[in-house]
Design a protein around this ligand. Sequence first.
Ligand SMILES: Cc1cc2nc3c(=O)[nH]c(=O)nc-3n(C[C@H](O)[C@H](O)[C@H](O)COP(=O)(O)OP(=O)(O)OC[C@H]3O[C@@H](n4cnc5c(N)ncnc54)[C@H](O)[C@@H]3O)c2cc1C
Length: 243
Amino acid sequence: MLEPVTRIKSKTPVAYELRAIHRDTHDTKTFCFALPGDATLDMLPGDYLYVHATVDGKAVKRPYTPSSMPGATGYFDLTVKRYETGTISKYLHGCELGDRVLMSGPNSGGHWVDGMAKQVGFVAGGTGITPMISIIRWILARCLPVELFLVFANKAEADIIFREEWDKDVREHANFHCYHVLEQPPAGWSQGTGRITETTLRAQLPEPGPDTVIFLCGPPPMTDALETTLKAIGHSEQSIILP
Ligand SMILES: Cc1cc2nc3c(=O)[nH]c(=O)nc-3n(C[C@H](O)[C@H](O)[C@H](O)COP(=O)(O)OP(=O)(O)OC[C@H]3O[C@@H](n4cnc5c(N)ncnc54)[C@H](O)[C@@H]3O)c2cc1C
């Protein structure tokens, strides 16, 4: 018989112990937090938690989307980029194993619901990839009959979060397609360069239609511009999902 699972959702902050830290890129780390053995976060892929802290005497909170899959028991992961002048990202990067970090949620974000589309585009800039990680992992792990198209923009190759995972997914899943766009490409780079353009979106994303949704996340100037472009291509407002 399956053991019952405790599903955690809390409006008030709960302290979670930091159990492991993995370096992903030069400025991004994945922080693994402990849950009681039979517990899981009560969330859909793409939902987010608030991290709370008191920094310089001020109470602050910021949203973070767990990169671990919903349903993971005993732990969850946050993948966080450190900004030199950032408040909570710097606080998290300064945490050590055993520290307890206050978080509330999960809260409902732009999430995936099984069956919502047969073709899914993901347009991400930098850490905008984080809400998409758990959605992509979820769909591929469950072998759902969905075609996935990721367009991922970064400054340089060293900034690509989970690069090895994307390369592996392309090799192992015929329904996963990935196109990188770099502002500063290395010599011999064969994928996109500069910024994500309308031409890139037309070439790399599925056609607009009732079976298509597009997740869009990144710095606000990028998402504002690309939301307009996606609509000009013919993607309806309700088919474009923001965090
Ligand atoms: C729903 C949602 C989910 C999110 N999930 C994640 C996640 O999983 N992982 C993650 O790393 N982030 C995620 N973010 C972004 C995160 O919430 C914070 O905004 C980010 O960590 C910066 O917070 P901070 O307190 O460190 O910086 P702040 O104190 O808010 O900003 C201070 C300075 O940091 C710099 N800075 C902050 N954000 C940016 C940026 N996006 N681009 C360039 N410079 C910036 C700027 O110089 C800014 O003036 C998410 C955002 C949303 C809305």
